[in-house]
Design a protein around this ligand. Structure first.
Ligand code: F6P
Length: 369
């Protein structure tokens, strides 16, 4: 019997859908048909805290192994698909951080841990590292996740749909209080440089105005639209703004001066800025709310449980076929795989020409052209 060990880790910002993916990696790798029919037996070793676990672990020390790894089996992961976050923990550690390059340690630990394959579940940053490790000779497979849905090479990334549900539910709550008090609410969503969460969250919730990073907005036009709504008798308005959206001629709003080990600044503050501008111009009481990490929290919705399952299964299929250096992907209605190289390096952003209404600052009004 051929015995192999698969490592699995989750990196970057957490979200719903990671645990279902881990569960189905384990269940597929440990399916009793593999030893019986294919003469192969897999062990699955969870690496804790993303790339941090891989870099920090000392495989010779039992205590360190306990701190940074977790052997996984079907019994342990049986219920995981119903929980949010990641049971393996995560981090934004970058082994290839130019200021602190620990890639050699990562490579040597992969060797020492006896990993025949590594499944990395993450977004641009995590899979960017996976791609570099693959180029260095590691047998890596990627699973796409990020609430931002900004990864190239796939139409879906785990966590997105659950985050949309949160945005929709929170806006439904805001509507009742906004209506009672005749207030405008500016709702700031996450998404970094991509507008998917704001656009599709705003569309799901029926927002009056949606502002996305891909199209710089004019504050004057926002105010015109608000006044127009007021004239038409609206009692309240919901305005959704992506954290990365910016007024024409201005820059992104950032909180603090720091950058993480992938060089990202923390975005935030556009909602508050906009609420002040709107209140000044419209004289309607305007409040802002930042949905922040609520969008990443909570149990995975049915779609993320299913997609986590399919992506987890497909990742092990790739390992079995020894098709490394690939990311499982959802494309044109099918689960498939693309080279990791095609998934990283270029963000997938909203196509303003076909998906956004630049006059009404909202979702498109023409679909069939
Ligand atoms: O990439 C996911 C994301 O939630 C972004 O939308 C957001 O800008 C960022 O992570 C926040 O990161 P952190 O959890 O480190 O504050």
């Amino acid at each position: 019997m051929k015995k192999c060990r698969i490592g699995v880790l989750t990196g970057g910002g957490d979200c719903a859908g990671l645990n279902p993916a881990i569960k189905w990696v384990v269940k597929t790798a440990q399916d009793s048909r593999l030893p019986r029919e294919r003469g192969i037996e897999y062990e699955v070793l969870g690496l804790r805290d993303g790339w941090k676990g891989l870099v920090n672990v000392n495989p010779a020390s039992a205590d360190s192994m306990k701190e940074y790894t977790l052997p996984l089996n079907q019994d342990l992961v049986r219920t995981w698909d119903r929980y949010g976050g990641t049971m393996l923990g995560t981090s934004r550690t970058n082994p290839y951080d130019p200021k602190n390059d620990r890639s050699k340690i990562a490579l040597s630990n992969i060797d020492k841990l006896g990993l025949d394959a590594l499944i990395a579940i993450g977004g641009e940053d995590t899979l960017g590292v996976a791609n570099k490790l693959h180029q260095a000779g590691v047998s890596v497979v990627g699973i796409p996740k990020t609430i931002d849905k900004d990864l190239s090479g796939t139409d879906y990334t785990l966590g997105f749909e659950t985050a949309l549900n949160v945005i929709t539910e929170e806006i439904d709550r805001l509507r009742t209080t906004a209506g009672s008090h005749k207030r405008i609410f500016v709702v700031e969503t996450m998404g970094r440089h991509a507008g998917w969460l704001a656009l599709e969250g705003g569309e799901s919730a029926g927002a009056y105005i949606i502002l996305i990073p891909e199209y710089d907005f004019a504050v004057g036009r926002v105010n015109e639209l608000v006044l127009e709504g007021k004239r038409m008798g609206s009692r309240y308005d919901i305005i959704v703004v992506a954290e990365g959206a910016k007024p024409a001629g201005g820059g992104e709003f950032v909180t603090g001066n720091g950058v993480d080990s992938f060089g990202h600044k923390a975005l935030g503050g556009i909602g508050e800025y906009l609420a002040k501008e709107i209140q000044n111009a419209s004289k309607v009481e305007t409040r802002s709310i930042v949905l922040s990490h609520l969008q990443r929290g909570g149990a995975p919705c049915a779609y993320d449980r299913r997609m986590g399952r399919y992506f987890g299964i497909a990742a092990v299929d790739l390992v079995l076929k020894r098709e490394f250096g690939k990311m499982v992907s959802y494309k044109n209605g099918e689960i498939t795989a693309v080279p990791l190289q095609d998934a990283v390096g270029k963000l997938k952003l909203v196509d303003v020409n076909t998906q956004y209404d630049v006059e009404r600052y909202n979702g498109r009004r023409t679909i069939l052209r």
